[in-house]
Design a protein around this ligand. Structure first.
Ligand code: GTP
Ligand code: MG
Length: 452
């Protein structure tokens, strides 16, 4: 392999939005229509992600795209695991996602998680487009499978067209309330200063060509410089999830956004107390769909390059945290790499007080987002950690001297059964939500009640 080989990596696209607005369906549709359009094997399934190469994107987009306008290799879509916490994942101080799709149900409009996603996109300055989904549910809609949206829109009756327009302008208005100037995507010239709204249907595929075209154009025009990386350099990534895997022990699902990672290499990973230094035992990819019935779900590879989603098996990963950095050491000084990881972790560190509540969250980034919101609401934090609510957390909360502090705010995590029991026994109040401001609101209402 050559030294310091510059290349363009695939932009990372996050799909966000309120529950049931169609994130997974949209990804399935993109995958489905690309599987049909592309040659077999063109779509590569990653851990937690799907890569769609440029030639497939351009086939789906049809006349909307001229592939010779692009030199980025395609798009890597990240499936938001369960909730919307992907928005809070970081890479070297920035957002892990290069671009985002905010999915909004045309009938429902903005909902709590839509607003929360918008706030985090705002804070992290992640460029995004809005997919106004489920246009096929407009009463009287006549579907034209996989058609570009302007074409299918013009084929509808006047009544249906104006019903759709009404909903779209509602969404544009809501974006404007949030401080974004937005318009139908075909009227947007500068996608940096304006948010493009793309009407789509994850059910019929209408508008999907447009969505891919807009994403590809946005990435190519504004992100190309950020995509230029040393494609053979030591890998850098972010932990998506820490997972127990049969036969491998604790593993990491990682999104690699820079360089490469190889089997047997030493890596440094952000851990609960201190960075973890360990050697990669295996790099795992999902098996191709055709082979899904084989016993092993994963396939071992010797090396993988950014951008990609992989599973890493290595010893000593129990204390690794979702949202933490992963670095390949390779020919660098190991102490330097540890310092680098430590510095990145301290950037995200939450300031804690002698007295305050306990906060648990699913990723480092969401912990940071909650801490910011709590700081604004002037709620002190005694302890903030990534992970499920465990009996240990209840013990900590129960030591608080004020009743208002004998509480745990849990964001997107599970409460272990014995912890729930212990909370009841020790009068520790538990708040759980997947929406940050709800957690805070509920806590504030509780405090008001106590003080009454
Ligand atoms: P969570 O992962 O739970 O947050 O939901 P999601 O955003 O991934 O939504 P999902 O894709 O699971 O879709 C929710 C429901 O809406 C499912 O029943 C879908 O079939 C339906 N749905 C999604 N997109 C469309 C669409 O474009 N048209 C119609 N008619 N139904 C849709
Ligand atoms: Mg989903």
């Amino acid at each position: 392999t050559r030294e310091n080989e510059r290349g363009l990596r695939t932009p990372i696209v996050a799909v966000l939005g309120h529950v049931d607005h169609g994130k997974t369906s949209l990804l399935d549709k993109i995958r489905g229509s690309t599987v049909i359009e592309g040659e077999a094997g063109a779509i590569t399934q990653h851990i937690g992600a799907t890569a769609i190469p440029l030639d497939v994107v351009s086939k789906v987009a049809g006349s909307l795209i001229d592939p010779s306008d692009f030199d980025l290799p395609g798009l890597l879509f990240i499936d938001t695991p369960g909730h919307h916490s992907f928005t809070t994942l970081r890479s070297r101080g920035g957002a892990l996602a290069d671009i985002a799709i905010l999915v909004v149900d045309v009938n429902d409009g903005f909902q709590p998680q839509t607003l929360e996603a918008i706030n985090i996109l705002k804070q992290s300055q992640t460029p995004f487009v809005v997919a106004a989904n489920k246009i096929d549910t407009i009463p009287g809609w006549k579907p034209n499978e996989d058609a570009p949206v302007q074409q299918t829109k013009e084929a509808q009756s006047d009544r249906v067209q104006s019903a759709l327009d009404e909903q779209l302008y509602e969404i544009i208005g809501e974006l404007s309330d949030e401080g974004f100037s937005a318009d139908m995507y075909w009227r947007v010239q500068d996608f940096r200063g304006n948010i493009g709204v793309v009407p789509v249907s994850a059910e019929t595929g209408e508008g999907v060509p447009d969505l891919l075209t807009v994403l590809m154009g946005l990435a190519q025009r504004y992100m190309k410089e950020d995509m230029a990386i040393d494609v053979t350099g030591p890998g850098a990534g972010t932990v998506l999830e820490v997972k127990e895997e049969k036969g491998f022990g604790t593993t990491l699902d990682v999104v690699l956004y820079d360089g490469t990672i190889r089997e047997d290499e030493t890596i440094v990973v952000g851990g609960l107390d201190d960075p973890i230094v360990t050697d990669v035992r295996a790099i795992l990819k999902p098996r191709p769909l055709a082979e899904i019935r084989t016993e092993d779900r994963f396939e071992k590879v010797d090396e993988i390059a950014a951008a990609s989603g992989v599973k890493i098996a290595a010893p000593d990963l129990d204390d690794a945290m979702a949202g933490a950095p992963v670095r390949v050491v390779r020919d660098r000084d190991i102490e330097e790499v540890i310092t680098e990881v430590r510095a990145e972790l301290s950037e995200i560190e939450v300031e804690t007080q002698e007295q305050g509540v306990v906060v648990k969250a699913d990723t480092l980034g969401s912990l940071e987002a909650i801490a910011n919101a709590m700081d604004e609401a002037e709620i002190p934090i005694m302890r903030a950690e990534v992970g499920d609510v465990a009996p240990r957390d209840i013990s900590v909360a129960s030591t608080a001297s004020e009743d208002t502090h004998k509480t745990i705010l849990a964001f997107n995590v599970d409460v272990l059964a014995d912890a729930e029991k212990q909370a009841e026994d020790s009068d520790v109040k538990l708040f759980e939500s997947g929406v940050i401001y709800r957690l805070i609101e509920e806590y504030e209402e509780y405090v008001e009640e106590l003080e009454r």
